[in-house]
Design a protein around this ligand. Structure first.
Ligand code: PXG
Length: 438
């Protein structure tokens, strides 16, 4: 046990009530496999993969070694006019995983940067191909696309936009979200009702005319807003409408990518191929910050067909393809493949589904949803205090040795893909007991 005497004043904690947290902190200090450990060495079962990212579990020796070795070999390499061979190698590995036709990758350092990069590529692409009037973007209510100005503009979470309402990028519309559609509560897998919600895209296009629209961006399953499922057929219909009007479709797969749904990407799980896929998180199993934007050959070739040898895209980051991130990514992808972790997610999905749905009928539970190893249990809000019940459960589960994520009063689950049945049982029984105390 290590002694800590923290003032906690200096660190402005993200997306957290700093004042509440600093009164009652929840600290973790080391991690291994499915578990975190607190400074006083309590074991905490991680049922969120950190923050939807540590898909290979914590402290995988192969990934740790790769990062250590790379740090000793070369700390940093610039990728503006110079390059590190390992970046090309990992790009080849990654584009083997993406759907056919999505075969180029632009590296970033986070999901937010991936989203803003994707939006910029979409806008620039329309200009490059002589369709400069296509400047509008379409997101979705309750969508989360990170915290850049592009991301919050196409995003649809009201609180993330409220303090910045005058600085959003212009020309953005939002599709309706697909949550709480009658008849869909307690669906196992994709819900049956609501494919027609995709037709709202046609209505928006009628208003603005398709020739003014560059791209549509959605999360295949909305994560941050509480694991909101696309109705059966919904994503296919979005694809059809985009095709009909020559509009780019962007899937934000920051959470759904890299095995979370029992396939490489949601695109494959749902058999719908977008034009651009944004990723981060599971790309390196959360070990080193990294994001990647995958684009179709059609988009890439449009930029590369520019006459002369000029820079094709005026965009990039000091740390694009940082050697530590590339090393972590390469090792992570080997671990995923060698240990068959995406297949493992598919195999464990029924266990995960049965566990979550066994909470139906417990106090306050108004919905349960799941796909792959991504799921949610939604609780009724305490009268006049939305989110209070959720935060109480975060504290109580942490005290009981379990880490979950809540958004409002919805408990989100996204365990590392190494999860076993016993972990699911422990999580579900802990929550079942605590629900009776809320
Ligand atoms: N897109 C999606 C779909 C995400 O889930 C981002 C973009 C932004 O990624 P970065 O790396 O910039 O954070 C995300 C991130 C939550 C939660 O509470 C979810 C995320 C981040 C923090 C909290 O569910 N997702």
């Amino acid at each position: 046990m290590k002694a800590h005497n923290l003032s906690m004043d200096s660190f402005w904690i993200p997306f957290t009530s700093n004042r509440a947290f600093k009164k009652q902190p929840r600290l973790v200090e080391r991690a291994q496999g499915m578990y975190y450990y607190t400074p006083d060495d309590r074991q905490i079962l991680d049922m969120v993969a950190g923050l939807w990212c540590c898909n290979a579990g914590h402290g995988h020796p192969q990934i740790v070694r790769a990062i250590q070795d790379q740090a000793a070999e070369m700390d940093y390499a610039p990728h503006f006019n110079f390059a590190h061979p390992a970046a090309f190698e990992v790009a080849d590995v990654l584009t083997e995983l993406t759907p056919d036709g999505i075969d180029h990758v632009f590296f970033t350092n986070s999901g937010s940067e991936s989203v803003d990069t994707a939006l910029k590529i979409a806008l620039a692409y329309q200009k490059e191909r002589g369709q400069a009037s296509r400047t509008r973007l379409i997101g979705r209510e309750r969508g989360y696309h990170g915290v850049g100005f592009g991301g919050i503009s196409v995003g649809g979470i009201a609180n993330n936009r409220l303090q910045f309402s005058n600085t959003m990028i212009p020309g953005v519309d939002h599709l309706p979200h697909t949550h709480s559609i009658p008849g869909n509560a307690f669906s196992r897998g994709l819900p049956e009702h609501g494919v027609e919600y995709a037709d709202e895209l046609e209505r928006i296009l009628e208003l603005h005319h398709p020739s003014n629209v560059a791209a549509v961006i959605v999360e295949p399953i909305a994560g941050s807003a509480g694991v909101l499922m696309p109705p059966q057929g919904y994503l296919k219909r979005l694809r059809e409408i985009c095709d009909r009007h020559d509009i780019l479709l962007i899937f934000d797969e920051v959470i759904t990518g890299f095995g979370r749904l029992g396939a490489n990407f949601a695109s494959q799980a749902f058999d719908v191929t977008p034009d651009i896929i944004t990723t981060a998180k599971g790309l390196t199993s959360g070990t080193v910050p990294m994001g990647a934007v995958f684009v179709s050959g059609q988009i890439y070739d449009e930029f590369m067909s520019k006459p002369g040898g000029a820079i094709e895209l005026f965009h990039g980051y000091t740390y694009s393809a940082h050697p530590l991130a590339v090393a972590a990514c390469t090792a992570t992808q080997h671990v995923y493949a060698d240990e068959g972790l995406f297949q493992r997610a598919a195999t464990m999905a029924p266990v995960f589904e049965d566990g979550l749905h066994s909470l139906k009928g417990e106090p306050h539970v108004i919905d349960v949803r799941n796909y792959g190893l991504m799921g949610a249990v939604e609780l009724a809000a305490l009268e006049g205090q939305p989110g209070a019940r959720g935060m109480e459960l975060v504290q109580k589960t942490f005290d009981a040795g379990l880490m979950i994520r809540v958004t409002g009063d919805t408990i989100a689950f996204s365990p590392p893909l190494i999860m076993e049945e016993s972990h699911m049982q422990q999580a579900v029984e802990t929550i079942r007991t605590l629900l009776k105390t809320l």
